[in-house]
Design a protein around this ligand. Structure first.
Ligand code: ZL4
Ligand code: CA
Ligand code: ZN
Length: 390
């Protein structure tokens, strides 16, 4: 199996369930759980499964999900069926839970939600129980879901549930989000506590890009008696940011946050819609640039919960997450950049059949982030961290 062995000195757990991949949001909906099939194909074809403890994700229980969500909302998700979309007697509830084009009702919705949430809860427990140092659930990362409401393709917030598990053991948890969208649901869930520092990098354009929150000066409740005050860091970006600038910014912000906050564990959301050529994104990151953020986070040497998130060009999502799996097992240098012949659906990776196609050359978006703009972000965030310390 091309020489992929277990990483030396630490353990990686990998949480997945093929039943997640079988769900469909609707034929033209951008969220394709099928991208997880492609990811798994690459991980297996490269022999990376030999280097990890593999776990079949179980469904999170109703009670586990109720640690964040209301029982009414979960009960609704459990019983609603696609035909209810036409039924007048359900229309008020459907509207109040924000069901619609972004968050449709599809067959097996509750099963889908409880399986991706179960994977993240299990992954967090492996870290807490010292059975893993890094735990991966590519099917999770659904950062927009709210306590009583679906939002932005997310129904149950598995990240919040995973962080709640980590908080049973760790006094402070840091959350990092490199999805192109703002991690609003996670930020909001921990808005009033100083035990979670949330850091999101995202495209920000208040009126024209979802969800419209995550401005640079949006740092948590400003009331001095609120412990969550200033424990949200936002890195708002413009179109077209490229690998070099993004990585430099990521290292500057994350190193300052870790130095100031001294977290006991890190949760990393690896939304792959920040890659170039994404159907919904507008950045110019390559698989290597996106992966370099994961590699840098790993060097911090903290217990790490790694989840997926967005990503709407399935072939590139799977390239990124397979590459990032190889980084997390310390095998990136053993991976052939040419995608193996044995991969099912290999035609998806035509014409280059490379793990690292130059994404930003294929659909270049003008970079609207000046050096001055980026330098000001870092300076402002360092100032915010000084205030956070008190
Ligand atoms: C679609 O083609 O900006 C949904 C959503 C469904 C199929 C048929 C319906 C056509 C693009 C998006 C009408 C769709 C209208 N279909 C959707 C304000 C909006 C209201 C809804 O990566 N319309 C809302 C959400 C974002 C909005 C992004 C990112 C998740 C994550 C973590 C969520 N919502 C405008 C859009 C389509 C669709 C085509 C779509 N929705 C693109 N961006 C959004 O952060 C997983
Ligand atoms: Ca983000
Ligand atoms: Zn996204």
């Amino acid at each position: 199996h091309n020489g992929i062995t277990r990483p030396k000195g630490y353990t990686v757990s990998y949480h997945a369930n093929p039943a997640v991949e079988a769900h469909h949001f609707g034929s033209s909906h951008p969220m394709k759980p099928w991208r997880l099939v492609l990811t798994k194909e690459l991980v297996l074809a490269y022999g990376m499964h030999h280097a990890m403890d593999l776990y079949l994700s179980r469904a999170a229980t109703f009670e586990e999900m109720a640690e964040f969500h209301t029982e009414d909302y979960l009960e609704f998700l459990r019983q609603v069926i696609p035909a209810d979309m036409e039924a007048a007697e359900q229309s008020d509830r459907i509207a109040s839970y924000n069901i619609g084009d972004d968050c449709p009702i599809f067959d097996g919705l509750f099963n889908y939600c409880s399986l991706y949430a179960g994977g993240t809860v299990d992954a967090a427990r492996k870290l807490v129980n010292n059975q893993a140092d890094i735990a991966i659930n590519w099917s999770g990362g659904l950062h927009h879901a709210k306590k009583t409401e679906a939002s932005g393709f997310c129904y149950v917030n598995d990240i919040v549930l995973g962080i709640l598990q980590l908080l049973r053991f760790h006094p402070r948890v840091m959350y990092i989000d490199i999805d192109v969208h703002h991690g609003d649901g996670v930020e909001q869930a921990f808005w009033s506590t100083d035990r979670v520092l949330t850091v999101s990098f995202h495209k920000y354009d208040k009126d024209n890009f979802f969800p419209g929150t995550g401005a640079l000066d949006s740092n948590g409740p400003s009331h001095p008696l609120n412990p969550g005050s200033r424990h949200a860091i936002n890195v708002p970006l413009n179109d077209g940011i490229e690998d070099g600038d993004y990585l430099q910014l990521f290292k500057a912000v994350i190193s300052s946050c870790v130095e100031t906050y001294n977290p006991g564990a890190i949760v990393l959301q690896c939304g792959a819609d920040s890659l170039g050529c994404d159907r919904l994104g507008c950045f110019n990151l390559n698989v290597t640039g996106h992966g370099a953020c994961v590699a840098y986070t790993k060097t911090l040497g903290l217990p790490m919960l790694v989840v997926g998130g967005g990503g709407y060009t399935p072939r590139n999502v799977s390239r990124a997450w397979a590459h990032e799996t190889s980084i997390l097992i310390d095998a990136a240098d053993k991976i052939d950049p040419n995608i193996p012949d044995t991969v099912t659906f290999r035609n998806q990776f035509a014409p280059d059949y490379s793990l690292f196609p130059p994404l930003s050359e294929m659909r270049k978006i003008e970079n609207k982030n000046s050096k001055q703009y980026l330098n000001n972000l870092v300076a402002t965030i360092r100032e915010q961290l000084r205030y956070m310390q008190g």
